[in-house]
Design a protein. Sequence first.
Length: 392
Amino acid sequence: MWKRFAPNLRCVICEKPVELIVIDEHDESPSSEDCARGERAGLSFEDLSTCVDAGLFVCRECGLWFPVLKGLPIFLPYTTDSHREFEKLYSVQIKKLGKGYSPPCENPVSGEEYVLQSFSREWSDYSFDDVLWTWTYEERRAIFLAEIGASAISSAPSCFLEIGCGIGVVTSFASDYLQCDAVGVDLSLAAMRAAERYRHKPFMHFIQASLWRLPFSREFCDVLYSHGVLHHTCDTERAFKAVAPFCKKGGIAYIWVYGPGSINESFIRRAAYSAEVFLRPRLARMPSAMANVVLTPIALGYMGVNMLQRLSGQKRQAYNFSRALHAVRDRFTPLYAHRVKAADVAIWFKEAGFDEVTEVLLSALPESAVDTFRRNVGMRGKKHFKTNGGAC
């Protein structure tokens, strides 16, 4: 993690500032482009070069510590295997805190431990090979710009926040296009892969955290973005209203969630959904090796369907087995995968203090994305400068 980002982080229990204790750090060599960008932002060379590899964020108010492991700040409100790994590696440094300090020990929100496990498995071996799902990076970048309404962003944002960043590809698009600090948060260990992949990028920051307890102050970002994430929680509406307050007044929020069209558009989709409903709660709790026995033949079927789609003229990238298995895991292993109507999402935005609420125009999207967006819901809104109570 970049040391300069530390003052932005907050305790996820009391929401107060935390103190960074560095255990190990190193210096990176920023590119000339990043130096010029940093100069425009008023940042020093040290700001652009000092990375923390291991450390402790300490909340003196709560008596809690949050680890920085392999360059990734972990701000979950409960203890995981990563905390236990950190304790083994840095027990001496933890003892120096004195008595009364511990890692957080709250219980996960309903089912979240299974969501963490399934998405950590899903992204564990996904390749950075210029393809994300069935889109090239170029197509995915164009989708992102259409989603946030890039042409309508009148002033330069200072901070972009992605909820559910996965391996960080879209976060990198935001950093490059918006020319601001881009922050990616993920519940899973995909965030650790992102932190490693983009460790040389001084305007990109990754954190492992739960969207129910984000480690930031309210009104943290100018652009709040979440694609394909909120429907994988126990309650999609509550999840949206949990993250919406972190968008500044005058800022933009965007979410993409599954819509009813992903189920009822055809007989095949209805049949696939029936299989999904049966398999998902079982596979979510199943050991990875056992789940793979079930998922492997389904992945081979996905490869066959993908080939037929491309032969029929549909524009999409070819599935190899790894991509197909990733897609199958995404559909069949998360504990939750809710479908939501666009009209309901629009109401959520308005209740959370947003206006100018609109769905993404299909005409603004690459051809390869039109069907996916037609079946689902991609919606954005602009935060009121004045709110009438409620979540914001």
